[in-house]
Structures are given as C-alpha cells and as structure tokens.
Design a protein around this ligand. Sequence first.
Ligand code: UGA
Length: 432
Amino acid sequence: MAKVGIFGAGWVGVVTGACFAELGHTVVIRDIVPEKVDALRSGVVPFHETDVQELLTGNAGRLTFTLDVADIADCEFLFVCVDTPPTQSGDADLSRVWSVVDQLPALAGRPVLVMKSTVPVGTGDKIRHGLDQRGLEHVAYASNPEFLAEGNAVRDFMQPDRIVIGADDGETADGVASLYESIDAPIVRCDVNSAEMVKLAANAFLMTRISFINEIANVCEATGADVVKVAEGVGLDHRLGPHFLRAGLGYGGSCFPKDSLALKQLASNSGYHFQLLAAVIEVNELQKRRVIGKLKQRLGNLQGKTVALLGLAFKPNTDDMREAPSIVLASRLLAEGAAVRGWDPVADGTKLPEGVTICGSVLEAVTGADAAVIVTEWAELRELATSDVRVAVRNPLIVDGRNLLNPDDVGRAGFAYEGIGRPAASRELERA
Ligand code: UGA
C-alpha cells in the first residue's frame, strides 16, 4: 500500500482521496482554504456526493487533511486535483496547477507527480520542463485523468470502464497502475499527450452525442416522430450503444461546457478550426432556450405569467448549479416578464438571477402557476402529475424538459404535456 498526497480538497480531490483510502492506501489531502480543511477534519463533506461521507467516516484512520504542504513531503504519489476553470479567452486556467508545482516541498526518493485535473494537451511537457528547472528532475510525472460523473463519482472510481495512464517511462506507469491493483478494469497506457487528449476527446464525444440527439429531437418535433423511441431504436445498435442519447434541455455542469471550450481553443491555438465541436456547443446553447418557445406557443405572451422551474441543479443527485440550464431559462423568463419560481431538493438556487422565488416544495412552486417545467430529472418529479398539483396550478401545463414523464399518464391526469422531441403525444392530447 502506498502513501498518496492529494493537492486540492475539491470534489475531485476528496473523491479520489476517499477512494484511495478505501483501497487501503494512506492519504493526505492538502488544501489552501482553512475552512475547507477544518470542515473535512470534523467529518463534514462540503458538497453533495453519493457515498463520500461514508467513505470518509469508514476510512478516517487512513485519511488526513492538512494546510501544510510539508505533510505530503514523504508521499510516493502526489496527485494534482485542483480546478482548471476557463480564462477570459476560453483556454483552461492552469494557475492553480502551477502553484502546486511551485509549492512542492523538498521530496526524497522518486515520487510521482500525477495529473488528475483536466488540462490541455501539452501541459505535461510544460510541467516536466518546470520540474526540471526547479531542480526536481527526480520527480517523475504521469497523467491519469479522471472520468468521474457527479452523483456517481465513487462508483465511477471503484468500477471504472478504464484507467488511463500517460507516462514517459514504464516504471512510472507501473507505479501509478499499482495504486489501482485491486480494481478490475482495463488500463490504457500511453504517452502523456495522448492521455491528456483521451480525457478531452471522451468528454467532447459525450457532448456530441447529446447535441446530436437534441437535434434529432428537434427534427422529430418538426416531423412527428418520438425521440424517446428513436433513441431506443438507435441505441440498441451495438456499434452505437444507448448512453448519452437522452434528449433534453442540453448539458451543463462544471465539466462539459468548460472542457468543450478548452478543446475548441486548444485546436484553434494550434491553427485548427474544430467545426464539429463548435456546432455541438452552439446546438447546446440554443437547446436551453427551446422551452421558452414551447411556453409561448402554449401560453402566448409570457408577461405576467407564472412559471415554476422544477429542478435547478445541472443534473439530479448533485447540488451543483454550475452552467445549469435553469439559470439561462430563469433569466430568459424574467426578461420576458414572467414571474419565476424555482424548486430543487438539494441545490439552494442562489446562483439563479435575482427575482426568482425559491420554494420549499413542488406544491408551493406550482401553486397558481401557468406552467410547470421539469428542468432537472429528479426522481421526486416522476410523480408530478398528481391531483394535488392539478388542483394547485392555475393552468395545467407540464413542460417536460427531460422527457421524464409518460405523456399518456400526464394526459390522463388532466394536464397538457410538452416534452422534447415528442410531438405525437402533444397532438394526441390536443385532440383529446
Ligand atoms: C462528465 C462526464 O460524464 C465524466 O465522465 C467526466 O469525468 C466529467 O464530466 C468531468 O469531466 O469531470 P458530469 O458533468 O458530472 O460528468 O455529468 P454527466 O452525467 O456526464 O452529465 C453532463 C450533462 O449532460 C448533464 O447536464 C446532463 O443532464 C447532460 N446529459 C447527459 C444529457 O443531456 N443527455 C444525456 O443523455 C446524458
């Protein structure tokens, strides 16, 4: 078992540290924010993520948190898990990565600096050079990108589809691979540049699938097909697979929007115009706004209408509001003069524009509303079309931005229904 140091007590760092501790390694997580370290020391996880609390409690003996960089000086592996937000130009901001390199303490033996943060291709080469310049030639370097999805991060770590290790020598790659020995997953070994690109390409491909199915949904609406059935029929082709074919209001979150922009900029900085990715991004931006058109079609002018946005986090099982479609929707609705209510079981909605009324329950949000919009597919919303809700609303319209509900059931419960890419259902309801 190894001693693992982790830079960054954010979501990636804490999940990675907790999982390595669960695998039996001794882990020290270092952050620069005292409040974060204090909270973690007292057992409080500063974000909502399934199973992390249990892992921290269960492995408390192998897991420590510190502000002092000297505490990781004897670690054999030093994981960089800091964030790389977009700069004004859309490139990834690597300043936090570089401050880790600058703060490395004197390190004995042959430790490995391992990059988990998502970085542009070529970063490893620059860091290698930076380490050498700082007299740290004996520190090996590897890229080991994370493929953790929020809400499923522990499962994604413990049962990954693959582990990617980019290193310039076999010994370093073997060392990093040994940390995952008890995990049953294929390991892709490659050079550092390729490992960096795997991460960006995987996310870009997932986003491409989402924008693709969203465009198919839009064409379904125009032509009378049902995208849910289309996705099922397409996804059963083993060459295509069923994943990331859920049409909806577009992707959000802390990764996809930032990573797509970073890859687009990386390509253009290298003189290449990545047309497909540019289209994927644009389709996603437009997709978030389609609900406004649907509401106008049903309600006419939105001035003075009350719209309940149900689900505010960018996806279920997280409180993360970063790049959540609810933010764009809320501000468009406010601009149209609508009264906007918001409800989410976990996210507090503080990132929404001023003027949105946050409600403590679905019933409160929909009372007197002209439309209830499912923005995030929380399980709680599966039962939205109840008689209580039917009585509470001013106008029985459900706009299902995630195709969560069965249109026939919703119709039977006395609501008009609008999904994404499901025009047949709407027409049936109109005829009824
Ligand atoms: C994503 C990737 O799934 C992870 O593999 C990756 O490690 C992570 O980014 C990262 O780069 O760190 P995450 O952003 O947590 O993870 O969430 P996803 O579950 O992938 O969903 C992303 C967005 O796509 C959400 O807004 C979701 O609603 C949307 N989505 C997903 C769809 O609209 N349709 C789908 O079929 C699937």
